[in-house]
Design a binder for this molecule. Structure first.
Ligand SMILES: Cc1cc2nc3c(=O)[nH]c(=O)nc-3n(C[C@H](O)[C@H](O)[C@H](O)COP(=O)(O)OP(=O)(O)OC[C@H]3O[C@@H](n4cnc5c(N)ncnc54)[C@H](O)[C@@H]3O)c2cc1C
Length: 398
């Protein structure tokens, strides 16, 4: 086999086992209508990508994971991941709407029939937006089990008091998943007990105990501080069992990590493709810059990291779908894919030289967004800590 054979398929950016090809192509077709210019303008105005979200909703992509009985397509988690991957590989952004997908597994598996009947058809049709997930708190951060937001039962309501931070899209969503403590930590056997998940109807709650304040960030992530002051949430809006919320939210977090990892795979593809094309075209010192190993090797390394991450993400999605424990694979997916995307982004930046910082190239926008993926939804150190003590049995740091 010679070099020509190896390069026979051109830029092999179609991953092994090109699954859901029709979905991939249909998503790419939508994304073609939302070029870099659209996303740059949103950054300038601070507006929400409502046209993009509407296009995805209309095409049925945001209801992909909702069971058919409730008006969705009932597709597996992997299909949702493929949608997000193609969005990111096309230069668009899934953080405008991905929560609807990653919270679905938890709502479908643990929500009561009544709750599902009330909300899922509206979410599937696009009438109701379910885009917000309130877990992180300003004082406790990654130490989720110490969260302080309290919900106290009062008749047929919970009364919620506390504060969350980084609750993304709360101002552009009708519903929010909220993790609260229903039993004080000193009254439970295990720290993981006593937490509960509530479905908050933002439309009914704003101004009645719910206050949302946007945070300015380096990416247009539409994220917020959220204050709860005697907010009343009907008891029937409890998802799953009171006190078992941590178990339920872990399921949501595994699906979140797997889905968001697909976004990083898409980012990596975007960067590798852009870098490779530019490295072939840009001629300096009388030859394409890609002929220099200083340019070529970081791109080649990024490609190999992307391929490895792709395999891990597929494994995680398959285990999740089969209902098997997948915490290790979900975390490894997040680690490997976010690092692959970041290293690909770095290679792409360096390959483009000065043009990398020109906004019209869109590379710096994607690079900023890839950086955030190493912090949210889980920071790299916390993944390593999980692997260290949860998988390898090393002593805990916390
Ligand atoms: C743009 C954006 C959107 C977000 N959206 C949401 C959302 O929609 N909903 C939501 O609930 N949250 C959201 N988050 C929050 C996100 O999940 C957290 O920022 C993230 O989990 C890290 O928590 P923290 O910021 O409190 O960091 P901290 O917990 O304060 O940690 C700070 C640093 O210390 C490290 N660290 C802490 N403890 C240890 C340890 N034992 N060993 C080694 N290192 C340690 C961490 O890894 C991190 O690097 C979002 C964040 C961002 C930036």
């Amino acid at each position: 086999m010679n070099d020509a054979d190896l390069a026979g398929e051109g830029l092999a950016m179609v991953p092994v086992g090109n699954d859901f090809p029709e979905i991939r192509e249909a998503v790419r077709a939508i994304c073609r209508n939302f070029p870099g210019e659209y996303w740059r303008k949103l950054e300038d105005t601070g507006a929400y990508a409502k046209e993009f979200v509407a296009a995805l909703t209309e095409a049925g992509f945001l209801s992909a994971l909702i069971p058919e009985a409730y008006g969705g397509s009932g597709l597996p988690l992997r299909a949702g991941g493929v949608i997000l991957e193609e969005i990111h590989a096309s230069g668009c952004s899934g953080n405008t709407c991905h929560a609807q997908m990653y919270m679905m597994a938890m709502l479908v598996r643990y929500g009561s029939d009544e709750l599902k009947k009330r909300y899922l058809p509206g979410i599937a049709s696009g009438e109701v937006r379910y885009q917000s997930f309130g877990v992180t708190e300003p004082t406790t951060g990654s130490d989720t089990l110490k969260l302080k937001t309290r919900a106290v039962r009062d008749g047929d309501h919970y009364v919620v008091n506390g504060q969350k931070i980084w609750t993304s899209r709360a101002l552009h969503s009708d519903l929010m998943t909220l993790l609260v403590r229903t039993t004080p930590v000193d009254q439970v056997k295990r720290r993981t007990d006593g937490l509960s998940v509530l479905l908050v109807d933002i439309r009914e709650s704003l101004g009645k105990g719910l206050t949302i304040r946007p945070i300015e960030t380096m990416v247009k992530h539409q994220t917020n501080e959220v204050f709860y002051d005697n907010l009343r949430v009907p008891v029937e809006n409890l998802i799953g069992v009171e006190g078992s919320g941590f178990k339920h939210i872990l399921e949501g977090m595994n699906s979140e990590r797997i889905l968001v990892s697909h976004e990083s795979l898409g980012d990596a593809r975007y960067f590798i493709e852009k870098a490779t094309n530019y490295a072939k075209e840009r001629v300096v010192f009388g030859r394409p810059i890609g002929q220099n190993q200083g340019i070529q090797f970081p791109i080649a390394r990024a490609y190999s990291e992307w391929r490895a991450a792709d395999l891990m993400v597929r494994t995680a999605a398959a285990k999740f779908q089969a209902g098997l424990p997948c915490g290790e694979e979900a975390n490894l997916s997040r680690l490997m894919s976010s690092e692959a995307a970041w290293n690909a982004g770095e290679a792409c930046m360096q390959t483009h030289g000065g043009f990398a910082v020109a906004r019209e190239y869109d590379i710096e926008r994607k690079w900023r967004s890839a950086r955030v993926q190493r912090i949210a939804p889980i920071s790299t150190n916390l993944i390593l800590a999980y692997i260290g003590h949860g998988v390898l049995g090393l002593p805990k740091s916390y």
